[in-house]
Write a protein that binds this ligand. Structure first.
Ligand code: SF4
Ligand code: SF4
Length: 284
């Protein structure tokens, strides 16, 4: 882990990855990595083909054509902005072919357009887009942010994890319980620890026990903009609670049976154990 203080704004932390969650990146019934990236790629190509940042009519026409219909959104009352795309080009790169995403971002941002701001044509306006910072900015500690930044290097997974601060906190709390102490910054910077943390985060990319709306983590969708806290699995199945249950909740888990629940618990527990072991080995 780098010794540098993490950036204050987490949306575009480095040149390798970025987050587009609050623009609506995951608010789609087809929110898997390949579907999401293909959608962004198609939009980006169409944007460059059909719009000019100086031509407001072209931006409005683009929005009309590319804004998601309510029926394909998970949370219908939450805007999903068609101007979210790739800001580092659209041609497949070697890393993308390997399943890694590229830099997602605002196609009408002034930094992308020689100072011309097209964000008023998006689903919010330039002031909301400029000022909004999600809860992760207030919740996550600098060592937690650094751990995420240094163990994930693609946009799809980064957006999922950085907007799920409870998962990150809970993971480190479980590790602290298993090792007897909260891991120091130095310990969290060790390559083996970063690798093990990366494997824990990696579980979120294609978590097989995820609910239909589980991409939003602990928040379940109940209406256009209404949400609910996801139930604890032990309550759902009337079984004894397990220390990893809160992680399962943060991963949007919905099991169909107690067998499936036990299997989900075992899977994430093994990753937490591996991280705790790596932390133990790294401790002085
Ligand atoms: S969800 Fe948070 S980190 Fe992601 S783009 Fe929005 S403000 Fe930035
Ligand atoms: S216009 Fe605003 S909501 Fe749309 S992509 Fe840009 S920053 Fe996101």
């Amino acid at each position: 882990m780098s010794e540098d203080r993490p950036p204050k704004v987490l949306c575009h932390p480095d040149g390798k990855k970025s987050c587009g969650a609050c623009c609506g990146m995951y608010n789609h019934v087809e929110h898997g990595q390949s579907q999401t990236m293909q959608r962004l790629r198609r939009r980006t190509r169409a944007f460059h083909r059909n719009t000019s940042i100086d031509d407001e009519a072209s931006l409005k026409a683009f929005r009309q054509r590319w804004e998601d219909d309510e029926k394909v959104k998970l949370m219908t009352g939450l805007p999903s902005c068609p101007f979210l795309g790739f800001v580092d080009g659209v041609e497949p790169s070697k890393t993308e072919q390997q399943g890694r995403a590229r830099i997602v971002g605002c196609l009408v941002h002034p930094l992308q357009n020689d100072g011309v701001d097209g964000r008023d044509c998006g689903v919010y306006d330039r002031f909301i887009c400029e000022d909004y910072l999600c809860a992760a900015h207030n919740i996550l500690r600098t060592d937690e942010i650094r751990l995420v930044l240094d163990s994930i290097d693609d946009s799809y997974l980064y957006g999922l994890v950085i907007t799920n601060p409870k998962f990150v906190r809970q993971l480190l709390e479980l590790v602290a319980r298993r090792t007897g102490a909260w891991p120091s910054k130095k310990v969290l910077s060790r390559p083996a620890v970063l690798e093990a943390a990366g494997r824990c985060f990696e579980q979120m990319r294609e978590w097989p026990y995820r609910d239909n709306d589980g991409i939003f983590g602990p928040v379940g969708v109940t209406g256009a903009v209404e949400t609910r806290r996801r139930d604890m699995p032990a309550d759902v199945f009337d079984v004894d609670p397990d220390p990893v249950d809160m992680l399962l909740v943060c991963m949007g888990t919905a099991c169909k049976s107690t067998e499936e629940l036990y299997s989900a618990r075992r899977r994430i527990d093994a990753e937490v154990d591996a991280l705790a072991a790596a932390v133990k080995r790294a401790q002085p």
